[in-house]
Write a new protein. Structure first.
Lengths: 252, 292
């Protein structure tokens, strides 16, 4: 938690990154304050997932600064970044499908020493938010529905009480009622002072719940600001309809 | 069918199962098949034989020292032969050559140092290799104990996978990147697996020594049959390895007794190839392919 006007929880400055010799991110800057929801929007291929992968250490930054909670995390290995409190729920609900729901949640705290009381509290918080995970605790994770899998992936991250949770396309492939559930879970997490960096294809829904928003296009950050301003601004329109865009990308 | 032949087949099969389990310990979190595993078994037997028969160390002290020494060699192997390859590419397969190289290096060094003569290793008191008079079978008390110990060891290894660390190993095996994002460090699990897999191989060597003698020829033979047991029992599946070990041990013993000792290896390969032709994933694997 920071005092108003203090340094942001996550601060990215002039980040360049990519895969091999292909430069995907160019001069990207971004900041996320504690307990805020920041929506990161842009067309497919704009570099949103690459940005998240670079922040969580799966990809190497070619240059630039990444400061998280006062610590320089650029170049740290993924498990060290997780230990610092920056959690990334990757696209496509990457669970351990052959292990049970309960085991998946337990794996969320791997390497973390929790007292019995602390452990119970975290489990209670998870089950309060996602009661269905308690009902299905003995099922293999691969047997859950898409929405339940998304909940489980978030629950795994919650075992660590992250300071910042990065969610990549949490609504992908979910029925509308489940999208509502997942988005309301995000609001609950914010109420618990978890900052959220949300990559979402349902742009309008994301901007509704977000405090701030950033727009990416072709690997660059073209706009950032309060979510309501971004929602009505030109940058969003340009990002989705520029060059060869189609209006259909803006879903309602 | 001669009961005694089957009994000895099960004893030999237990050893093959142990080698297969040592393969699996390493393979699960790394997807690396360590071709030096047979020589690590041999090294375990040689170090233990020297410590007890030549240096006169007590059985248990020599046992622990052997496991730690070979475990550390496994760790060195991981550092120099495996880690650099996987650092370049997680899906690289250069370890096929580098672990084979480690195997040759160990084999040559041991041959130079100890010479080709087999060393007799006595079983720990009060067990002995003397045949017990058990009616149809002429099996020794040590061999009976070996079969029991093997089953217990497989149960212990399997229960280790039910701990959180064991579940993390399975998580890395299923989706390495997802494991990374949960704070699991696959590098650390890989180092542990090499240490434990090598120590397990050394233990197999110690257990095999009273039956097969400690000699440099132990490695290639156990590598081959241990590999066969791992493949038939489905790679990564320890209970499968145990049953496949028995299957191969008994087949080998029956082949030698019914046909001719010269055919025993041919018989094994007929069994292995038949099983893998009908079920490429082994007898105990699920048919679903791993998602990559």
């Amino acid at each position: 938690m920071k005092a108003p006007g203090g340094p942001p929880l996550l601060s990215v400055r002039n980040l360049d990154a990519g895969y091999g010799h292909v430069r995907v991110l160019q001069n990207v800057s971004l900041s996320v304050d504690a307990g805020r929801i920041v929506a990161l929007v842009g067309r497919n291929g704009a570099g949103k997932s690459t940005l998240l992968r670079t922040l969580s250490g799966l990809n190497r930054a070619a240059s630039g600064e990444i400061t998280f909670d006062g610590q320089n995390i650029a170049g740290l290995r993924p498990h060290a970044i997780v230990a610092a409190g920056l959690l990334h729920v990757a696209e496509g609900r990457r669970l351990f499908r052959r292990q049970s729901v309960a085991d998946n949640i337990e794996l969320g705290r791997y390497g973390l020493r929790l007292g019995a009381e602390q452990h119970r509290q975290r489990m209670d918080r998870i089950h309060e938010l996602f009661p269905v995970l308690q009902e299905k605790k003995d099922l293999p994770a691969g047997g859950l529905s898409g929405g339940q899998q998304q909940m489980l992936a978030i629950a795994q991250a919650m075992m660590r009480e992250p300071k910042l949770l990065m969610l990549d396309e949490p609504s992908l492939g979910l029925a509308p009622v489940l999208v509502d559930q997942v988005l309301s879970a995000i609001l609950t997490l914010r109420a618990q002072r978890v900052a959220i960096l949300l990559v979402e294809q349902m742009v309008e829904r994301a901007l509704e719940i977000a405090d701030e928003a950033c727009v990416m296009q072709n690997g660059r950050m073209i706009a950032s600001g309060p979510a309501n301003e971004i929602a009505t601004g030109d940058a969003l329109r340009a990002a989705f309809m520029g060059d060869h865009g189609a209006p259909g990308h803006l879903q309602s | 069918m001669d009961f005694d032949v089957v009994a000895h087949g099960i004893v030999a099969g237990s050893l093959y199962a142990l080698v297969a389990v040592s393969f699996n310990i390493l393979y699960r979190p790394t997807n690396v098949f360590n071709f030096a595993q047979g020589e690590l078994v041999m090294l375990g037997a040689m170090i233990f034989a020297s410590a007890t028969s030549l240096a006169g160390m007590p059985w248990f002290a020599a046992f622990v020292a052997t496991l730690v020494a070979v475990g550390l060699i496994g760790l060195v192997e991981e550092r120099i032969a495996v880690a650099p390859i996987l650092a370049r590419s997680q899906t690289g397969t250069g370890w096929v050559i580098t672990t084979l190289a480690v195997s040759l290096i160990i084999s040559n060094l041991v041959g130079r140092f100890w010479g080709p003569d087999p060393i007799l290793v006595k079983p720990p008191e009060p067990l002995s290799m003397e045949a017990l008079d058990l009616g149809p079978s002429r099996i020794s008390s040590y061999e009976i104990m070996l079969v029991i110990v093997t089953i217990v060891l497989v149960a212990i290894v399997e229960s280790a996978y039910r701990t959180l660390k064991g579940k993390a190993v399975m998580a890395v095996a299923e989706d390495r990147e997802a494991a990374l994002l949960r704070g699991i460090d696959p590098g650390s699990l890989r180092r542990w697996s090499f240490f434990l897999g090598a120590a397990f191989a050394a233990m197999t060597g110690v257990l095999a020594a009273p039956i097969l003698y400690a000699s440099t020829s132990l490695g290639p033979d156990l590598l081959l049959k241990g590999f066969a047991a791992a493949a038939v029992g489905s790679i990564g599946n320890n209970r499968g390895a145990l049953i496949a070990g028995y299957l191969i041990g008994v087949t080998e013993a029956l082949g030698a007794s019914l046909l001719s000792p010269g055919y025993q290896e041919a018989v094994i390969f007929i069994v292995v190839l038949t099983v893998l032709l009908l079920r490429p994933q082994g007898l105990f694997g699920s048919s679903t392919a791993r998602t990559v």
